[in-house]
Design a protein. Structure first.
Ligand SMILES: *[C@@H]1O[C@H](CO)[C@@H](O)[C@H](O)[C@H]1NC(C)=O
Length: 383
């Protein structure tokens, strides 16, 4: 026991000077997380849960995977099969009578899933959660922020949350909150959303340099690609989505809006989309999306025709239109071996006329994005 105690003491000593790396930019500018609190590495899953959820400012360093997969055992229950494609369609756990309410015609079956995936870990205010190298992460359970602020989640892997089942769990869920920076993470094999906001307003958040790794066996689109990448539905969301690597997905990259009367303001730039067999942007009612300097490489549908506002410039006529709204030209997007970029709703631009972080953003040329994002997104780059 003494041996173990001093081992833990040494670890704590080693990580003492660690803090979040770099500075939040975009809407999350000013986020400091746990600030200068002494960095600590949790000794158990329970300690990680306790530290994330309490009201103390903390810098929590993960140097290994905290595996929750079997921590609560399994449950057996009804599921339905809304997708009839093959091979390997996801099934939907019948949570809150979802199958009866929304997929009444779908075949029913019985499934067994991991209970830990259904209940995420609550994250309180003033936290930095930082992974070490490529080693830090959480398996089998996601994170949930509900009305909290000043949070940094950086350089961690979140994966293996009931990937076979919709409603099996999200990776990062935010229902209301402000100053939240989700940076340099790697997310794969998730049941439902990789990231999701709603329905409370998320003002303001930046999702940057993350890898949304969509490759996996189970898929709602049966093509080895995850459909549920990012969903932004909060009423008043202000979100920067930049420098992310969205790879082998089939939808929601992101889906924005969809609730009448709600509005979401999304500035998406310099993201690298590769091999998306489905859509990237899906601007539903209430969405105001300015997407610039993104590179779409083999993306079936870079943007859908849904009824929200979206501005995705492709040429100098479009980029110049930005000047009278945001005080600078926009940066053109590029689509290679992809569907057409055909959305230039000025209504999207008019939503950002006083958006400081949109106006002052430093956006790279789309031609630089592939190399930059491949070298800089994901784990082990910054710490
Ligand atoms: C977070 O930190 C701020 C600034 O120090 C403080 O005012 C606030 O009470 C803290 N929140 C919590 C939940 O501890």
């Amino acid at each position: 026991m003494r041996c173990l105690t001093s081992f833990v003491a040494v670890l704590t000593f080693l990580v003492q000077d660690v803090a979040a790396v770099g500075s939040a930019f975009g809407y999350a500018t000013g986020t400091t997380g746990g600030g200068s609190a002494t960095a600590q590495t949790p000794s158990s899953n329970a300690e990680l849960v306790s530290w994330l959820g309490d009201s103390t400012a903390r810098v929590i360093v993960l140097d290994k995977i905290y595996d929750f997969t079997d921590s609560e055992g399994s449950a057996t229950g009804t599921a339905c099969a809304p997708w009839t494609c093959s091979p390997n369609p996801q099934l939907a756990i019948d949570q809150n009578s979802w199958c009866e309410n929304y997929e009444a015609g779908a075949a029913k079956t019985t499934v067994t899933y991991k209970k830990a995936g259904i209940t995420p870990i609550a994250v309180g205010s003033n936290k930095t959660l930082l992974g070490k190298g490529k080693a830090g992460g959480i398996a089998g359970k996601g994170l949930k922020i509900t009305g909290k602020s000043n949070i940094i989640i950086q350089n961690i892997r979140i994966y293996q949350i009931n990937p076979q089942f919709v409603w099996g769990g999200d990776a990062i869920q935010i229902d209301g909150g402000s100053k939240i920076w989700i940076d340099h993470n790697y997310i794969q094999y998730i049941g439902r959303q990789m990231v999701v906001t709603g329905y409370g307003a998320v003002t303001a958040a930046t999702f940057s340099n993350n890898v949304f790794e969509g490759a996996g066996t189970y898929s709602a689109t049966c093509n080895g690609r995850h459909y549920w990448a990012a969903l932004f539905t909060g009423n008043g969301d202000q979100i920067t989505f930049a420098l992310n690597y969205v790879y082998m997905t089939s939808g929601r990259g992101p889906h924005v809006g969809g609730t009448s009367g709600y509005k979401q303001y999304i500035h998406a730039y310099n993201n690298y989309y590769v091999s998306v067999a489905g859509h990237a942007f899906d601007p539903q009612v209430g969405a105001y999306v300015l997407a610039e300097g993104n590179y779409f490489n083999t993306v079936d549908q870079p943007v859908t025709t849904a009824t929200g506002y979206a501005f995705l410039p492709v040429d100098s006529t479009h980029t110049a239109q930005c000047s009278s709204y945001i005080g600078r030209a926009c940066v053109a997007n590029t689509a290679l071996s992809s569907g057409t970029l055909n959305r230039n709703d000025l209504g999207a631009l008019s939503a950002f006329t006083s958006a400081t972080y949109v106006k002052s953003a430093s956006v790279k040329a789309a031609s630089e994005v592939g190399a930059f994002v491949q070298a800089n997104a994901g784990l082990g780059i910054i710490n």
